[in-house]
Design a protein. Sequence first.
Length: 328
Amino acid sequence: MKAIKKKSVLKLMAVGVLASALALPQISFAAPNMNTSGGGKNWSFKVGVHAIRDDNLLGSPERGAIPLSLQGKNFDDTGIKWTSNLGYNYKQNAKLSFKFDYDVSQTLYEDNSDRDITTQMFGINTEYKISPLVNVQLMYKYIYNIVDGNDFSGINYIRPSFNYMHRTMGLTSLHFLYSDTNNWLTSLRNTETTGVGVAQYFFFSNYTRRLTVGYQYRDDDAKGKNFDRETHAVNVGIKTPLFYGINLNADARYTQKDWATRLAIDTRLREDNEQRYSLALDKVLIAKMGYLQNLVLEGKYNYTYNRSNEDAVFAVNNHFELGIKAAF
């Protein structure tokens, strides 16, 4: 019975790795829009393509046996990722504006095609300016994920925020979030998420440099109660120009995840302590040429260390990307 239980739990964990990766858009600590200029209607189109290298795509554990479902597979893989975004800004009046977005992205791997991911995201962001330095925003997104050609999940995501730009201390942003995830692979991972977060953005050198400090709490309430989870995340980031037109964007995040999941080997509850570090460098190759706003060369590196008392998910990952992106 223990062997059967462990096999079942590890299979659901494999689904969970994908579910976590596709759970919510990565916008928790993105700086809110405080632009006070412009108006009318404005279309935008962005597209990018990157070569990727991942040395532990499948999440091979650092300790303990490799799960049976992963044995014989290549854990490191190369691939290609392309992204696109079509945006439309509409300014109703001096205080009220809307932004409509449609995003499509796809990641294709050389060896592990069962991890190929296609995502479509439909969004609208409403902004109301209380004053030139204070606004409230309401974001809604629907995220539709396809994995290996099969429907994987659909997510409704809502995020209201209050943003205050202090004249000397920078931007303070307080946000709440709610999401409803329908996982079509296993209904046990259908999840309602609620959360709250705060972030402080310090600007320097006439807004060309930015330091970010943030915290977010999330409560995931899954249909399968073993997958209920509370998450505390702390984030520190910096964005700055360097030299020869090269820009740096670096980020460090620590996340404490407390699960209701029992371990596969005993009755303890699963706990994860995840450290994630990212570094990105970019350089504008072409600026303002016809309809082209800019063409940017970009390189990214992400390091993830997930320390867990569940051996099957105690893993380390190095992820590299190199590519170009264009805005029109």
